[in-house]
Design a protein. Structure first.
Length: 360
């Protein structure tokens, strides 16, 4: 589920594998920032032509000597986002939207929305660099193998497939590494901002039926998530979720539709399965709808802060838990809810505090 929001569903948040390549400003690039472009001579012949009086007297001829290789579309503190990077991300967004049948806003609006997301990612990557965060190679390799296996491929076959699609394993490795760095930054920053008192825990237990209760209700559920994103409005996401629901009502397999449409990649690969969920493990909007849903009945689109869910409760059971376990579950549930809220606030703060110069 985007911008990385790791607390949506504890074990089902998707890995976002396409992050922007952002460039620190080299001294050569800094010299060109005023014009927002990087220019180089085309050929030796062009250089020679520029030395003639006729060429020097014509600004149009001088400008034709040079080829626009790339340009800065956003300066972010001491880093930059390049036009080529924005174009690459836009192409990815458009491909994904077309594959899922989603509508897109006008090109100019889409560019602004995607660039804003890239700016926020760049700020977080700079924070990771400033605090000297790193990703262990063993964990990174394990993540890559997991991505390959989730697609039913060995790492070697996965690399071959990437090459056939016009990319490489090295590029994906870099993208996954960046996503993991952003996740580390978020977890460190948000963890420091969320505090939970014993009274908070007691209040939550009382709402769940009292601190002395030793029985909780669990749901085995699955879902399809249609995200609300910069390139997909809430109305479009709701309509797509409703179409997914209608396909299932008309007889299509839930798991097949989930694998095709769900934006929660972590569960989509498993047909939308979330496993057994205890109280507090999902965001409140999702949990309230799930608890109210009869077993084997498909929900209407349910709105959470991440988009629209189609929920199916496959089974429900009551489980005995001791008081210590119950308190720990309550504490985790409170953390999840508050972390989700705090993440959005924190991202707005770091965006407002950064130096950002948009040059579209």
């Amino acid at each position: 589920m985007t911008t990385t929001t790791p607390w949506l569903l504890r074990a089902t948040k998707r890995t976002q594998t396409f992050l922007p390549r952002t460039l620190a400003l080299s001294s050569a690039l800094t010299l060109c920032l005023g014009g927002g472009a990087v220019l180089v001579p085309l050929t030796a012949n062009a250089q020679q032509a520029a030395s003639s009086p006729q060429a020097l007297s014509s600004s149009q001829t001088v400008s034709s000597q040079r080829q626009l290789l790339d340009r800065v579309v956003a300066v972010v503190n001491d880093g930059a986002v390049m036009q080529s990077e924005l174009n690459s991300r836009l192409a990815q967004v458009i491909r994904q939207a077309e594959a899922k049948g989603g509508a897109l806003p006008p090109r100019a609006e889409l560019e602004q929305q995607v660039l804003e997301r890239m700016v926020l990612e760049e700020i977080q990557l700079q924070m990771a660099s400033d605090t000297q965060l790193s990703v262990d190679d063993t964990k990174l390799n394990r993540q890559l193998r997991g991505i390959a296996e989730s697609n039913g491929l060995s790492l070697e076959a996965f690399a071959d497939q990437l090459e056939a699609d016009g990319t490489s394993l090295a590029q994906v490795r870099e993208q996954v590494q960046r996503e993991m760095l952003i996740r580390q930054v978020q977890q460190r920053q948000i963890g420091q901002r969320v505090s939970i008192s014993n009274r908070d825990v007691e209040r939550t237990l009382e709402q769940q039926g009292g601190a002395d209760s030793s029985v909780i209700e669990e749901n085995r559920a699955r879902h399809i998530l249609i995200e609300v994103t910069p390139e997909r409005s809430a109305a479009e996401a709701r309509a797509l979720a409703q179409k997914a629901r209608q396909r299932i009502v008309q007889g299509e397999d839930f798991a097949a539709v989930a694998r095709e449409l769900s934006d929660d990649d972590g569960s989509a690969l498993n047909g939308g399965e979330l496993g057994w969920l205890r109280p507090g493990q999902t965001v409140p909007a999702f949990e309230d709808a799930m608890q109210a849903l009869p077993v084997d009945q498909l929900s209407k689109p349910v709105r959470s802060q991440f988009g629209f869910h189609i929920i199916d409760v496959e089974e429900r059971r009551r489980q005995n838990v001791n008081q210590k376990e119950q308190r720990e579950q309550a504490r985790q549930a409170i953390f999840q809810r508050r972390a989700n809220e705090e993440l959005n606030t924190w991202q707005r703060e770091i965006r407002s505090q950064a130096f950002v110069d948009i040059r579209l």
